[in-house]
Design a protein around this ligand. Structure first.
Ligand code: UDP
Ligand code: MG
Length: 314
């Protein structure tokens, strides 16, 4: 670790195949930092990109001493790439931002003011989302509603990871060893004074979303299993209901038998077996989802692996 004084602000951006967005991103971020004045750094994390992202960021780091380029061994996913950047950065205040300029870096000025006034976290809350499909907006809305109902942690709706946090909050965040990281939820869990800054989300400057449906589903599953055991508890509720129905069915058969009816058994039997079998698989799946995460956690592997770091005054 360096003993040099901390920069006042670190900007941390995970980048996956962002060669086309990066130059414009750096131009705008550096302009904002110049405007604010004081010491700063920009930490870019190449999350195993397959395009020229690393070359672009390494060249930028060679040119500008403020820029630090970090390359991971392979693609680790958005949340872990961000975690890598957060553990490398050294600033007193840390701006978390995507490299695609969907979130305007110019808001840093207002966010700094709000921290000056005593906030621990200033999170961007989206009023509008330009250039995103109806499907993306609808699934995002449904996801935030669902997670809001499943957990007691106050996770603000319509807020991404775009936020300015203090060093104190960052150190607490980095002290959490969990692998399946839902960072916006973890920051909310930390508490302190967290205030929203409402803004309009823009379309990407270049490239396309790196969140295909499969990644979105995994992200949602990580968020829910990290912050709620309601699905596990739901298995119990459903179990009780099924047991009640089973018992009613049992009574019905006995009464029928006493009254001398032969039951028209096949249909009801198959219905019961099918229903119960389906339910059991569902419950096992839910238990499996939690168990799998427990297993991953118990291996204690590093969260991310850095291959190179270029630039910065160390
Ligand atoms: N990203 C990453 N690794 C991944 C996927 C995405 O580092 O595996 C980065 C990406 O380069 C961007 C940020 O995470 O800076 C958010 O991704 P994206 O803009 O594709 O998500 P969206 O805004 O569509 O939800
Ligand atoms: Mg984006």
């Amino acid at each position: 670790m360096s003993s040099a004084p901390r920069p006042a602000v670190s900007v941390v951006a995970p980048c996956f195949n962002e060669q086309d967005a990066l130059p414009e991103f750096l131009r705008r971020v550096c302009a904002v930092l110049d405007g604010i004045g004081g010491t700063s750094e920009v930490v870019l994390v190449d999350d195993g990109s397959r395009d020229r992202t690393w070359d672009v960021m390494a060249e930028a780091a060679a040119r500008d001493p403020r820029i630090v380029a970090v390359r991971l061994m392979r693609n680790h996913g958005h949340q872990l790439a961000l975690t890598a950047g957060l553990s490398v950065c050294r600033g007193e205040r840390i701006l978390i931002i995507d490299a695609d300029l969907q979130d305007p870096p110019e808001l840093l000025v207002d966010m700094m003011k709000m921290i000056d006034e005593g906030a621990d976290v200033v999170y961007g809350q989206r009023r509008q989302r330009d250039g995103e499909s109806l499907f993306k907006r609808a699934t995002a809305a449904a996801f935030y509603r669902l997670i809001g109902r499943l957990t007691d942690v106050q996770i603000p709706p319509d807020a991404g990871d775009f936020r300015l946090i203090t060093r104190r909050v960052l150190d607490l965040l980095l002290a959490m060893p969990e692998r399946h990281r839902f960072i916006r939820g973890m920051v909310a869990w930390i508490g302190g004074r967290q205030v929203p800054l409402v803004y309009d989300r823009h379309a990407r400057v270049a490239g396309e979303s790196k969140y295909p449906l499969a990644k979105m589903v995994r992200f949602a599953a990580d968020a829910i299993t990290s912050f709620s055991v309601v699905p596990l508890m739901a298995s119990m509720t459903i179990g009780w209901i099924m047991a009640g129905l089973g018992f009613a069915f049992f009574l019905y058969s006995i009464v029928g038998w006493i009254n001398g009816h032969t039951l028209p058994g096949w249909t009801s039997l198959m219905a019961a077996v099918g229903l119960l079998g389906g339910m059991q698989f569902l419950m096992l799946g839910i238990i499996g989802a939690y168990l799998g995460r427990l297993y991953d956690q118990s291996k204690g592997r590093p969260l991310f692996m850095i291959r190179d770091i270029v630039g910065g005054q160390k």
